[in-house]
Design a protein around this ligand. Sequence first.
Ligand SMILES: [Zn+2]
Length: 85
Amino acid sequence: MSPRGFSWSAAAAALLLALAACRAPVAGPGEAECPVCRCEGDLACLVVRVEADTPRTTLAGVTYHFCSDACRARFEADPQAFLPR
Ligand SMILES: [Zn+2]
C-alpha cells in the first residue's frame, strides 16, 4: 500500500505502452503478437496463442499471427503501417 509502489506501477505501465509500439515481439513459446495490436498499444489482446485456426498471413517469407480476422484484414490492407522498424 505504498504510494511509491503505486506510482512506479503507473510509470512502468506507461513505459510498457511506449515500448509496445511497433517493436520486436515479446511473446513466449507457442505464442505470437498481433502486429496490429502491438502498434496500437492494445496490450489486452497483444499476445495470441498460435493454434491451427489462428488468423495468419505470410509476407516476404515471414508468417504473422493475429488476434482476430479483423486485425488480419487491417494488416493485409497496409502491412507497412504495422511492421517493426
Ligand atoms: Zn489484434
